[in-house]
Ligand binder design. Structure first.
Ligand SMILES: C[S@@+](CC[C@H](N)C(=O)[O-])C[C@H]1O[C@@H](n2cnc3c(N)ncnc32)[C@H](O)[C@@H]1O
Length: 461
């Protein structure tokens, strides 16, 4: 997703209408100038009609094809844009902007070999084309040609030293090469030029986490500390920076961090979780089978932190009404496409629960409390959102470490809780614990991620 966004930004930067350099008759020149004016003023229908008129008079007018392509691309009419750019290139093969714009579209369609050959032609025509180098680098990285990708990133920033996108791309290439230090340096330079890019902050966090995993824990923590000092208000720095600096833990992942992370992740979430052997839904299903009467579609059920809706098939058979709540609209959009929920709500979970007094007979939260450190408020809110006798089921990443807080944040940014803490906090929330079953939530690399599958009940009235 991030890569696509980046390409899109590059495309918009470059896809400006072009004035004419084509020699032509006064009537054609006048018609082109009128269409161009419409385009500059944002009157796209008039501009398209104008260029069509120009091309009827002079079919080999390269800029008219090109400008038509720019408009179609902005309208999201990909095939029409490709067609227009190809026509521009057919009549003028030495047209680097048309090649570049065509390259960005072909790249976004994941036709990488073709995009590579188009960028090669654009760069041959104009070796100083910094954007073409920067985008070509991403294509080469995706093709696994990392050394060549790095060379093009370097060329892009040599040509344009203040080019945040190219430094960001360079960071991703270094990460692909397994060089997290160099990646972090490149992202830091990108952030110095464009401090608000959440994508680059996220990439920087990943590079520091890779550094940590490579055993350079002190270096990762030192850089995280600097990052936090430089960007104290940035949501990614606040969460991941804190996670990487040992000994500090926020109360929970902040809302902006959660939204940004899961909006970005939503398109590949299901596929990625399948690769990780994620078992949240099946673990919840196991509890429901043993703790509840056979499913009879009679309950008010909340899928808390529903994400893309991976638990809907488990919960739906129990539900008269199934509600999903999540902070990330990207995840909710995916959940909506399953057509399994009666209601989907974008909200922070604790805030939502506080407004849902005595409403649910069953609340399920699969792999959501990994984004909460202190569970006191959310569990108390869940307790009062349950009807008397209602049940809460959740999974938690488990730590067996004893600590005064009862939980810890790991350098990857998720929290793990110990059983004593969970028992204590459930009691304080007014819930009767039913089960604490140790299990495996998913894999991380070769390691199994230990979890506790917990169920608790609100006392019957
Ligand atoms: C790892 S996903 C799990 C999604 C789903 N329960 C499943 O099993 O596939 C965690 C989800 O919790 C949501 N989330 C995290 N913190 C939240 C909060 N404070 N309020 C609402 N949603 C939250 C995230 O947006 C994300 O969709």
């Amino acid at each position: 997703m991030n890569r696509k966004l980046r390409r899109h930004q590059e495309r918009l930067e470059k896809q400006k209408a072009k004035g004419s350099t084509t020699p032509t008759s006064p009537a054609v020149a006048q018609a082109f100038a009128a269409a161009y004016q419409h385009q500059q003023a944002g009157r796209v229908a008039e501009a398209l009609a104008g260029y069509a008129q120009v091309l009827a008079m002079k079919p080999d007018y390269a800029e008219a094809h090109y400008n038509t392509g720019v408009i179609f691309a902005a309208l999201g009419r990909t095939e029409a844009a490709i067609d227009a750019y190809r026509k521009a290139i057919a009549v003028r093969p030495d047209f680097p902007e048309a090649l570049y714009n065509l390259g960005t579209i072909v790249q976004s369609l994941e036709q990488l070999e073709e995009a590579a050959s188009i960028y090669t032609r654009a760069i041959a025509l104009r070796p100083s084309f910094a954007e073409a180098h920067a985008n070509f680098a991403v294509v080469l990285k995706d093709l696994g040609r990392l050394d060549a990708a790095l060379a093009h990133c370097r060329e892009a920033v040599r040509l344009r030293p203040a080019y945040p996108e190219a430094f960001n791309n360079m960071g991703t290439v270094y990460q692909g090469l397994g060089q997290p230090r160099e990646a972090a340096d490149a992202y830091r330079r990108s952030l110095a030029l464009r401090p608000h890019s959440l994508e680059t902050h996220n990439n920087f966090a990943n590079a520091l986490y890779a550094l940590h995993r490579a055993g350079e824990t002190e270096e990762a923590a030192r850089r995280a500390q600097e990052w936090l000092a430089a960007f104290p208000d940035n949501p990614v720095a606040r969460h991941m920076g804190t996670a990487l600096v040992a000994g500090q833990a926020p109360e929970r992942a902040n809302d902006d961090y959660v939204r940004h992370t899961f909006d970005s992740f939503s398109k590949i979430f299901d596929q990625r979780l399948a690769q990780l052997g994620y078992r949240g839904p099946e673990l919840i299903a196991g509890v429901l089978r043993t703790a509840l009467p056979p499913a009879n579609a009679m309950l008010e059920v909340l899928d808390a932190g529903c994400g893309t809706g991976l638990c809907c098939n488990v919960l739906r058979p129990y539900a008269r009404r199934l509600v999903g709540v999540d902070l990330s609209q990207g995840m909710l959009n995916k959940a909506a496409a399953r057509n399994a929920y009666d209601e989907l709500v974008q909200s922070e979970l604790t805030a939502y629960l506080l407004g849902a007094v005595n409403r649910f007979a069953l609340i399920a939260a699969a792999d959501v409390f990994s984004y909460f450190g202190d569970l006191a408020r959310v569990l108390a809110a869940a307790a009062q959102a349950l009807r008397p006798g209602g049940m809460l089921v959740f999974t938690c990443e488990q730590t067996t470490e004893a600590s005064s807080s009862g939980y810890r944040i790991d350098p990857h940014g998720r929290f793990a809780h110990n059983e004593d803490y969970l028992r204590r906090t459930l009691i304080e929330a007014g819930l009767d614990a039913l089960q604490f079953a140790p299990d495996v939530l998913r894999h991380e690399g070769a390691a199994k991620v230990p979890c506790l599958v917990v169920s608790a009940r609100r006392a019957a009235a």
